[in-house]
Ligand binder design. Structure first.
Ligand code: NDP
Length: 256
C-alpha cells in the first residue's frame, strides 16, 4: 500500500482535530519519505502544531498548513489559486470538515444552526470538490485523482433530534453517488467513507463547548477512535488505480 502513495499530494479539510487530524498522521506514517500534505481548517495554530508533530517522525513529508473556512466560497477559490507550485497537483482530496450543532426536534432548530451545518457539510464540500476537480483533469498524467468524502451513518439512518445534520449527510451521499456516476470510466475515483460513532471534538462542538454534555454521549459505549477511520481512508486511497472501494460504512459494534 505504502508505495502507491509515494510522492502523492493529499489535501485534507478539517485537519485540525478528530478524523481529519488522524488522517494527516496516518498518511504521514504510511509514507514518511515522500508525501505532500495540505492541511486546512480554521484553527491555523493547531494545524501548525500538527505539522511540527509530523516533522518529528516523518522527515520526508512536506506539510502546507492553511487557514481555510470551507463555508466561505471566496476563501476556497483564493486558497486553490494560491497553492504553492509544489502543492498544486493534488492527488487525493479528503473532504472531511463537518459539524453538528445542537439536539432539537425539527421545529425548534435555530436557523443559524441550519445554515452553518449546510454551509459546512454540504456546500463547503461541493465547493471544494468543484475547485479541485478541474486540477485533476488538467494534470500532465492524464486526469487522475481521488475524492474521498466523509459522510456519516446519519446520512443512511436518520435519528430523532438530528434531522438537519442527517439531511446534510444524506445530501453528501447523493452528491457523492451522482458524481461517481458522472466520472465513471475516468481515472478519478469518487469515494464515500461513512463513520458511525467516533470519539472526537464533534460532540463538544455540538454542545457549544459543554464538556459534561459532550462526555455523556460516550457513557456506557465504546466509540470508534478517529484512527479507526483514518486507517480506512488511507487504505482506500492506497488501492491500485482500477480498484474503487466506493462506499464504506464503519461503526462500533454496539451501534446497530
Ligand atoms: P471534530 O470536531 O473533531 O473535527 C471537525 C473538523 O472540521 C475540525 O478540524 C474543524 O476544524 C473542521 N471544521 C469545522 N467547521 C469548519 C469550517 N467551516 N471550515 C473548515 N473546517 C471546519 O469532528 P470529527 O473529526 O468527528 O468530524 C470529522 C467529520 O466526520 C465530519 O464531517 C463529521 O460530520 C464526520 N463524522 C463524525 C462522526 C463522529 O461520531 N465523530 C460520525 C460520522 C461522521 P476548525 O474548527 O479548526 O475549523
Amino acid at each position: 500500500m505504502a508505495s502507491r502513495l509515494k510522492g502523492k499530494t493529499v489535501l485534507i479539510t478539517g485537519a485540525s482535530s478528530g478524523i481529519g487530524k488522524s488522517c494527516a498522521l496516518e498518511f504521514a506514517r504510511t509514507q514518511p519519505d515522500d508525501l505532500k500534505l495540505i492541511l486546512t481548517a480554521r484553527r491555523i495554530d493547531t494545524l501548525k502544531e500538527i505539522a511540527t508533530e509530523i516533522a518529528q517522525f516523518a522527515k520526508g513529508v512536506k506539510v502546507h498548513p492553511v487557514k481555510l473556512d470551507v463555508s466561505k466560497p471566496d476563501e476556497i477559490n483564493k486558497f486553490v489559486g494560491e497553492l504553492p507550485n509544489e502543492f498544486k497537483e493534488v492527488d487525493v482530496l479528503v473532504n472531511n470538515a463537518g459539524l453538528v450543532k445542537g439536539v432539537a426536534q425539527a421545529p425548534n432548530i435555530a436557523p443559524e444552526d441550519i445554515d452553518v451545518m449546510f454551509a459546512t457539510n454540504v456546500t463547503g464540500l461541493i465547493n471544494m470538490t468543484q475547485a479541485i476537480l478541474p486540477t485533476f483533469k488538467t494534470r500532465p498524467d492524464g486526469g487522475r485523482g481521488d475524492i474521498i468524502n466523509i459522510g456519516s451513518i446519519a446520512g443512511r439512518e436518520p435519528y430523532q433530534g438530528g434531522s438537519i445534520y442527517c439531511a446534510t449527510k444524506a445530501a453528501v451521499r447523493s452528491f457523492t453517488d451522482a458524481l461517481r456516476r458522472e466520472l465513471i470510466s475516468t481515472r478519478i475515483r469518487v469515494i464515500e467513507v461513512d463513520p458511525g460513532q467516533v470519539e472526537t471534538e464533534f460532540s463538544l462542538v455540538r454542545f457549544n463547548g459543554d464538556q459534561e454534555k459532550a462526555k455523556k454521549v460516550y457513557e456506557g459505549v465504546e466509540p470508534l477512535t478517529p484512527d479507526d477511520i483514518a486507517e480506512v481512508v488511507v487504505f482506500t486511497a492506497g488501492r491500485r488505480e482500477n480498484v474503487v472501494i466506493a462506499d464504506t460504512l464503519i461503526f462500533p459494534n454496539h451501534q446497530v
